[in-house]
Design a protein around this ligand. Structure first.
Ligand code: SF4
Length: 340
């Protein structure tokens, strides 16, 4: 099954009366001001359905991102979800997805969403440590995250968990513990975001006054890699690492581990370690063939060929022929002796 074709609809800050320390939602989503109308939702869906698609068989999803959808008035939720109903009924759209806060999910809400064709809800959990949640001004607890996941699963809705790294009050230990606890909730997918200092957010002022130190990029990459491995071990897909790059985001990041290809940096680091371990374990003085998936070539090489240069500097590529194969599964390393 090809990956879904997602039609995104941003509802920035609508429905969210909170102010998490790190959030300036408009900067993060790049969404325009103003209320999205039902007619705009319909037009967006119709327009994007007409776009050429790489995989025609890809299931189509309409995603309401940004803000906290289930914090909107019921009438407004019905209006927005209702705009997508004709496309669900005609089969042009497979399902709806949205993001919200854990404390805005009840059994009634979950069943209402399921009836409206919502198949996936992404919860902004951010952490499962109550002290970190409080220090970040989230206004909900880890217990509320667990309760929301249970409600959604009971209603037959898939659950995505969004987790952040480097929040106020966070440490390597609390981040990894949150990751381990998150696996126990059995999410269907996870997104990992490093905490950034965004202009206009309360955290920006705290940072200016010296009260918050963001993660360095290298540390955030290493930490995200450790979380990725935790989720991989539990077969939970990490569908995104790092915020979607946008001009408005780049203009407003004051500090923190921002990189437009953050996820690729993480995967590249993980793959470097995997290849290095395989090459280090081979018996010396024999030529080898290192076979990797063609789709992994860029994460193998790293930015500016950095990984290859490091492997070469370690002497690990001596006598090694590297080949890229279209048929090899991604993120696998096959090392075989080759003829002398
Ligand atoms: S709940 Fe979400 S939208 Fe609301 S302030 Fe926090 S991060 Fe921003």
């Amino acid at each position: 099954m090809p990956p879904p074709f997602v039609i995104p609809i941003f509802i920035a800050h609508q429905g969210c009366p909170h102010q998490c320390l790190f959030c300036n939602q408009r900067s993060i989503t790049g969404a325009p001001e103003g209320m999205v109308t039902a007619r705009e939702v319909e037009e967006t869906i119709r327009t994007q359905l007409a776009w050429p698609r790489r995989h025609l068989a890809a299931p189509v999803q309409v995603a309401f991102y940004g803000g906290s959808f289930t914090g909107l008035a019921m009438e407004r939720q019905r209006e927005l979800l209702g705009a997508a109903q004709p496309f669900l009924a005609s089969g042009q759209v497979r399902e709806l997805r949205l993001s919200t806060r854990p404390d805005y999910v009840t059994p009634e809400i979950a069943h209402f969403l399921r009836e409206q064709g919502v198949g996936i809800v992404e919860l902004g959990a951010q952490s499962l440590d109550d002290r970190v949640l409080a220090a970040s001004g989230r206004g909900h607890t880890a217990a509320q995250v667990r309760a929301a996941v249970a409600c959604l699963k009971e209603a037959g809705i898939q659950v995505g968990l969004q987790l952040m790294l480097g929040l106020p009050g966070d440490s390597t230990a609390t981040t990894l513990a949150s990751g381990c606890q998150a696996t126990g909730l059995g999410p269907d997918l996870v997104r990992l975001y490093p905490c950034l200092v965004i202009s206009g957010s309360p955290l920006a002022e705290i940072y200016r006054q010296g009260g918050y130190q963001p993660l360095a990029l290298s540390r955030a990459v290493a930490l995200a890699g450790r979380l990725w491995r935790i989720f991989k071990a539990h077969r939970i897909p990490v569908v995104r690492m790092g915020l979607q790059p946008s001009l408005s985001l780049e203009k407003t990041v004051l500090a923190g581990p921002y990189h437009p290809a953050f996820g690729e940096l993480v995967l590249s680091r993980l793959f470097f370690n995997q290849v290095r371990a395989a090459l280090s374990a081979r018996p010396p003085q024999q030529p080898y063939r290192l076979c990797l998936a063609r789709a992994d070539e860029s994460i193998y090489r790293g930015r500016g060929n950095a990984n290859v240069k490091r492997l070469a500097a370690l002497g690990l590529l001596d006598g090694v022929e590297t080949v890229f194969s279209a048929s090899q599964p991604r993120q696998t390393v096959v090392l075989t002796p080759s003829a002398l």
